[in-house]
Design a protein around this ligand. Structure first.
Ligand SMILES: NC(=O)C1=CN([C@@H]2O[C@H](COP(=O)(O)OP(=O)(O)OC[C@H]3O[C@@H](n4cnc5c(N)ncnc54)[C@H](OP(=O)(O)O)[C@@H]3O)[C@@H](O)[C@H]2O)C=CC1
Ligand SMILES: O=C(O)C1=N[C@H](C(=O)O)C[C@H](O)C1
Length: 259
């Protein structure tokens, strides 16, 4: 299929490689700061026309937490299936959902497109559900990423924390700062470190006086994210089980439940 990439940084370039490898054509790359992009501009009326004229059948957005919301609100009305990997915007999800419904567009987002992390989410949910019965265990989340990452905590870390809180009723508040006091038992601590070139490591600690259980997902490279994003777009642009084009907001859960 013909794909437009919005955001042509490290992930954008990697996604291009993955798309070509899977037999797709990258017809348009949009990035105001990347000199090698085909359109060196932010998403604008002119750019939306360029994306339309390129014949793109799908768009993948991996830009910057500061620009992603504006990009989503500009790109959804084109009606072209849109996959978003940029993190840091999900507090606007309900508004995006309304726009997607109004414009009858196919939209898929995920803070992490790797197969491993999506399996890890399920394992964490189950572990937290088990721990709900064992009051002696406390829990915390730790994530580390490369020193070029613009947002903190990671979108994946936030998704892990959300899943823990959904399954462990004694944790009711998320705390992502440094503590200058003792934590309340109801607070779930999500801590971040930025160092070197770590592609992304997420650990959940369940800790009691007797022992610690650690669940860790370690990404070895970022290629798994890029490949996952391309596969997500392939799924989004394919007909749904009823044979009609997909319309609405989807996540990787929807992809996995069908594949
Ligand atoms: N969902 C997933 O599986 C994954 C998500 N990510 C997320 O993807 C995002 C991008 O990561 P990464 O590629 O490493 O970051 P990079 O900084 O390498 O690339 C982002 C690119 O987008 C550019 N950009 C900034 N504003 C705009 C805009 N308005 N329109 C188009 N492009 C713009 C940046 O320019 P400049 O450098 O000048 O700001 C940069 O060239 C991050 O939010 C990251 O967390 C990353 C990996 C996996
Ligand atoms: O910026 C990154 O690199 C990554 N961002 C995503 C996140 O914030 O969770 C996914 C992955 O961990 C890499």
């Amino acid at each position: 299929m013909k794909i437009a990439l919005v955001g042509y940084g490290k992930m954008g370039h990697m996604i291009e490689k993955a798309a070509l490898m899977r037999g797709h054509e990258v017809v348009c790359t949009v990035d105001p700061y990347a000199k090698d992009a085909s359109c060196v501009t932010a998403v604008s009326e002119e750019m939306l026309k360029a994306i339309g004229d390129s014949g793109a059948e799908g768009i993948i957005e991996f830009s910057h937490p500061a620009s992603v919301t504006n990009n989503i609100f500009s790109l959804v009305p084109t009606g072209i299936p849109l996959v978003v990997g940029t993190t840091g915007w999900v507090d606007r999800l309900e508004e995006v959902r309304r726009l997607v419904d109004d414009t009858r567009t196919a939209f898929l987002y995920s803070s992490n497109f790797s197969v491993g992390v999506n399996l890890f989410y399920k394992m964490v949910s189950e572990a937290a559900r088990l721990m709900a019965e064992f009051e002696e265990y406390d829990v915390a989340v730790f994530e580390s990423h490369h020193n070029q990452k613009a947002d903190s905590p990671s979108g994946t870390g936030l998704d892990i924390a959300r899943r823990i809180m959904e399954n462990l009723p004694r944790k009711t508040t998320l705390f992502t700062d440094s503590f200058t006091r003792r934590p309340e038992p109801s607070e779930l601590h999500l801590a971040s470190v930025r160092v070197g070139s770590v592609p992304g490591t997420h650990t959940v600690y369940f800790d009691s006086a007797a022992d610690t259980i650690e669940l860790t997902h370690t990404a070895r490279t970022r290629e798994g994210f890029a490949l996952g994003a391309v596969r997500a777009l392939e799924w989004l642009a394919s007909p749904g089980p009823d044979g009609h084009a997909r319309i609405g907001v989807y996540t990787m859960n929807d992809v996995f439940s069908e594949v």
